[in-house]
Design a protein around this ligand. Sequence first.
Ligand code: 8YV
Length: 313
Amino acid sequence: MEAIGVLMMCPMNSYLEQELDKRFKLFRYWTQPKQREFLAQQAESIRAIVGNSTSGADADIIDSLPKLEIVSSFSVGLDRIDLLKCKEKGIRVTNTPDVLTEDVADLAIGLMLAVLRRICECDKYVRSGAWKLGDFKLTTKFSVKRVGIIGLGRIGLAVAERAEAFDCPINYYSRSKKANTNYTYYGSVVELASNSDILVVACALTPETTHIVNREVMDALGPKGVLINIGRGPHVDEAELVSALVKGRLGGAGLDVFEKEPEVPEQLFGLENVVLLPHVGSGTVETRKVIADLVLGNLEAHFSSKPLLTPVV
Ligand code: 8YV
């Protein structure tokens, strides 16, 4: 397979990069000073794209690679791939479901605890020596809080199961009520937010779910409510979020994702009721290795005419 051209869109994992380099003819897109010219030169040799949640395969790049057969994404999210165009052109698409569910759900619970119990602020308190001057103020209990989940897919369900262990009643919103769960269903995100203390975004990013958390939803969650986003930045109207947090119309937020990563609104930096993470939901050594192996496995399956491991298209 050494002759097969694979285009990696951005740096994402050194093990993956090394293995792609060993097994295929690897092109590193981000190192190309003239990307348009590079694409034109390699148009006949690139047969696969490896992207992630930052950079995938948009219509432009798909159109400039006539020999493209497969997009193997180093992510479960598919929002950076023009799926319609791939379908039209018969280009296969794979992602990495299941293998990162536990890590992302673990982190969602971590964010809830960190925001309510002010874990980051407490850590600063100890390190700065402030503890010697007096005890830290009281915080907010997490157990038994009502957790509302937007999207009860693999990750949403894993968050629900973990929150249940903290005796949290679970509410959810999804396009339709799920038959196989006793969690309480709400038919709108505003209703879900009105009936929850903590609102978790765990759905896929699509045009329909962009800004699914808008001002109305934040107001329904209210000054004691906490928003947790482990989905995608554009799920939340970030300008409204900043304003709701700054003005105290929203109680707090735990955010792993942002609208224009790695840019994060600086107005959030001074707020102690906010915990900010650099998109690390699946970022453990163990899980990223499994994700990389899945990306490689899908490419190898495709180029040896075997069934794809995790096909999307
Ligand atoms: C990815 C993610 O691992 O899977 C996703 O959709 O957002 C992340 O967890 C990320 O693409 C890694 O670069």
